[in-house]
Design a protein. Structure first.
Length: 224
């Protein structure tokens, strides 16, 4: 895979006009969109919702994957399915314990993201939106902390749809390509934050902290 090309294939947005989560906490939403040629809305739905497919490119997912069902991702979040509209999309709470609750929505559309009228066109577009509380984690890392993680998830999805194996976590962390991908993706989240109306200086500092979090030993170059 060309990881630079994969970074560029994703459209990222940060939205400030999110008033609160259901728990009453002020929030921000990040969004990622990518079109996958050569697939269909139904096929993409199956890939992102069937446990046997998710285990290959994402992570083992267990539970009741239907409306109001509880799910659990091995080594990651758990939550409740709050909306389910196959093959158009779903929404779910994203929980790490009782105090760390956010919300995820996945929409799947036929055709290309820049041509919504082309419903019969080849390919399908996935849009993933994650709404986070404005807590200490957000203030420190901004949209990149969750955003880069979802970028890595889209790498796995793109590889799976292309019939290519996903690298092991050890292989990924040790590769120079992964470091370059992470830095580039983090910078794109910085740009999306600024475009979304966030303070530019904060966005740059949050970007540097996010990059350093994902790439051990990385340090921002001084501009002085």
């Amino acid at each position: 895979m060309d990881y630079t090309q994969q970074v560029d294939a994703v459209t990222r947005s940060v939205f400030k006009d999110v008033v609160t989560l259901t728990n009453g906490k002020p929030a921000r939403t990040i969004s990622l969109r990518q079109t996958f040629p050569g697939t269909s809305q139904q096929h993409l739905w199956d890939v992102v919702t069937k446990p046997e497919r998710l285990a290959v490119w994402f992570a083992p997912v267990s539970g009741d994957l239907r409306m109001n069902g509880r799910y659990s991702i091995k080594g990651n979040a758990s939550g409740t399915v709050t909306e389910c509209d196959p093959p158009g999309g779903f929404a779910a709470s994203w929980e790490f314990g009782e105090s760390n609750v956010s919300a995820v929505r996945v929409n799947i559309k036929p055709g290309k993201e820049d041509d919504p009228e082309a419903a019969g066109a080849a390919g399908a577009t996935i849009e993933l939106a994650h709404t986070f509380p404005i807590d200490s984690h957000w203030k420190k890392y901004g949209p990149g902390a969750g955003g880069v993680g979802w970028d890595m998830t889209l790498v796995g999805l793109a590889l799976h749809l292309a019939g290519q194996p996903k690298p092991s976590e050890e292989e990924w962390r040790a590769s120079a390509e992964a470091a370059a991908f992470t830095k580039r993706a983090s910078e794109r989240w910085r740009d999306a934050a600024i475009a979304g109306g966030e303070d530019a200086e904060w966005a740059k500092e949050a970007c540097d902290r996010t990059t350093a979090f994902y790439i051990p030993g990385w340090e921002a170059k001084s501009t002085k």
